[in-house]
Design a protein around this ligand. Structure first.
Ligand code: KG4
Ligand code: ZN
Length: 338
């Protein structure tokens, strides 16, 4: 059974085919970063229009990469949410149209389920159960993953995602969008402790996060230092340390609460060097190990959507989400395939 996966929830257009046997047969990602960079963030309408332009040719190209024909496709999976509604609807329309034309079943997949299952795409898949820390531009979450469709959200950001906080502060420092990695590079030359940022919600019990206050603190801190390279680096370091400390402390609590011995880290912020080092310490102290999907599967891709769709279609699940796509969709609403 081969499943075509389509991802278009934000600013990546992605197509993949996952099959059994064979695993991942073909995979393409196009990132729109260049399109949005001059605007300092993703412009939803530009994103939708670019998905319209790229998706159909990408499907043709991805099938050709895998030496596959449309007759080889037994099902279609697409990201049905959460995400930018216009962007999601492009993928939903193409997926349902193709499935109708090809007379194969179609299924709408939760984007975060894709991220949570991404480590299953590796040669050595992460064994269930595991604790997942999802840290991207759109999401910050701790989830206990017991199997496909068996997710318990332990904590999440009540406002900005960690990546969003990185990007907003990077913007304050005059760095181009998306600035997370550039801020981290700037922080390499900075001294810890010169600028002190709050550790949001660490003084409270629970596993939720809040990062919007950090951005305000950064706004106040940067004033008067805009042209001072030493202060900018110190500020970047102070900010990065605050985020890393907060993520590490909540992850430690979640490992203690669940007793899980595997910590999976996914999402673009997982590329952060200092965060990786800290999480390794936290995991080791809790008797756990860390696992990261390869970089290309940490960020948005269609391989994870094809994988999740394959798991659900193979279990006999059918049908599009109603409505076809949802900008908001709580992960807790999912259930395991029968
Ligand atoms: O998962 P991802 O590729 O996509 C979306 O959420 O769309 O995550 C992108 C986020 C951006 O906010 C980016 O600034 C951040 O991950 N990021 C980083 C680093 N590399 C990427 N943040 C901190 N340190 C990094 N090294
Ligand atoms: Zn994502």
């Amino acid at each position: 059974m081969n499943v075509l996966g389509i991802e278009s929830s934000c600013d990546e257009t992605a197509v993949a085919v996952y099959g059994s046997p064979g695993g991942l047969l073909a995979e393409r990602v196009y990132t729109q970063t260049d399109l949005h960079e001059i605007w300092g963030g993703v412009v939803p309408e530009l994103a939708s229009r670019d998905h319209v332009r790229r998706l159909a040719p990408m499907i043709t190209a991805t099938l050709a990469d895998g030496k596959l024909d449309r007759q080889d496709i037994d099902g279609v999976a697409y990201t049905a949410g959460p995400g930018l509604i216009g962007a999601l609807l492009v993928g939903a329309g193409v997926a349902t149209g193709l499935a109708y034309a090809w007379k194969v079943p179609v299924i709408g997949i939760h984007h975060l389920e894709g991220h949570l299952l991404a480590p299953q795409l590796e040669a050595e898949p992460a064994p269930f159960p595991y604790l997942a820390l999802l840290v991207s531009g759109g999401h910050t979450m701790l989830v206990d993953v017991e199997g496909v469709g068996r997710y318990r959200v332990l904590g999440e950001s009540l406002d900005d995602a960690a990546g969003e906080a990185f990007d907003k502060t990077a913007k304050l420092l005059g760095l181009p969008y998306p600035g997370g990695a550039r801020l981290a590079a700037l922080a390499e030359g900075g001294r810890p402790g010169v600028f002190k940022f709050p550790r949001p919600m660490l003084d409270r019990p629970g596993l939720d996060f809040s990062f919007s206050g950090l951005k305000t603190a950064a706004l106040l801190a940067v004033r008067g230092h805009e042209d001072d390279p030493v202060a900018r680096a110190d500020l970047a370091r102070g900010f990065e340390d605050a985020i890393v400390d907060t993520l590490a402390a909540k992850t430690r609590r979640a490992l203690e609460a669940t007793g899980r011995t595997l910590l999976v880290v996914a999402g673009g912020v997982g590329a952060n060097r200092r965060l990786r080092a800290r999480l390794a310490e936290v995991a080791a102290a809790a008797g756990a190990r860390t696992a990261y999907p390869r970089a290309a599967f940490c960020t948005d891709n269609a391989a994870m959507i094809a994988f999740a769709g394959h798991a659900r279609l193979a279990a006999g699940e059918r049908g599009v989400a109603t409505p076809l796509a949802r900008a908001r969709w709580p992960l807790g609403e999912l259930s395991a395939p029968a």
